[in-house]
Design a protein. Sequence first.
Length: 331
Amino acid sequence: MPGARRTARPVRVVAIIGCALRRGLPACGCGPADLVAAPRPEGFRPGGRGRPPAPESASCLRPRPALARPPRRSAQYPDALALPASDLGQGPDGPSTRTLQEIRSVLKRSITRAQARDKVKRNVVLLCEVPQGRTGRPSKSLTLAQAEALLEAAKTASLHAYIVVSLLTGARTEELRPLTWAHVDLDDDPPSIRVWRSVRAGGETKTKKSRRTLALPQRCVDVLRDHQAQQEQIRKDAGDRWQDNDLVFPSRVGTQADASHVRRSFRKVVAAAGLNPDDWTPRELRHSFVSLLSDAGLPIEQISRLVGHSGDGNHRDGLPEADPAGHRAWC
């Protein structure tokens, strides 16, 4: 019967544990050195019912190598092993709080599935709290003077168009890397880009509100026209190695640019602008876009719609409702 098979394994486990206890092993707190070969009680058959008995020289418990030192116990929780702080996410080398949350979620779902199959009786993960993990890198933004210096230093860099579009539109780096020329309309009135894709799984944007169409300031239009002409020359130089993916910001052979390559090129521009390259990443161009518009007095609701955050009515006729005059004047 199916029910009989489900109860057979726990009965055997209890029998083996009872056998070990009858042999004199401690019920708790025993280390690997305690689990050594020992003679079996008379009549004990490790093979179980229906299986041939094991040879007389075999042991019901396999020996394990002894540890270099016994595991430490926590003073507050004597039944739990005292792990290093980094293993609990409480050190500079530990995982982030988000990573710890995902680990707990995976464990909880796994044990929940085991519960549904009568493998376990309770989900012990529900008794655990997520500890505070490693603190993330604080967000910051460029000042107006720093932004102007960065744009000036980027004029001779291969990442010039990428930096200008990112800083003046607030698009995410994950949205610009897969951007194609088919989603760029430089001859429309007004010119615009359609931020409809990202490098995430399935090409979906971060949220539904992130799928948006943005009007381009004139500075972005001029830079993108020059960038398109330069890309045609790069295509000719690459020859047969070029892979035509219609990307606006591809690699030197036409493939999608890797995030690490973008960061490396961006740090060179940051250093040329007189800033510390270790303090800035491409994502802070988006933060700077929000900060500069806020300093110019643009309402946060309009900024939120431009950058694709949650809000009421993200689009009007396919373009953002906000028309930041101060943003265009600065661009």
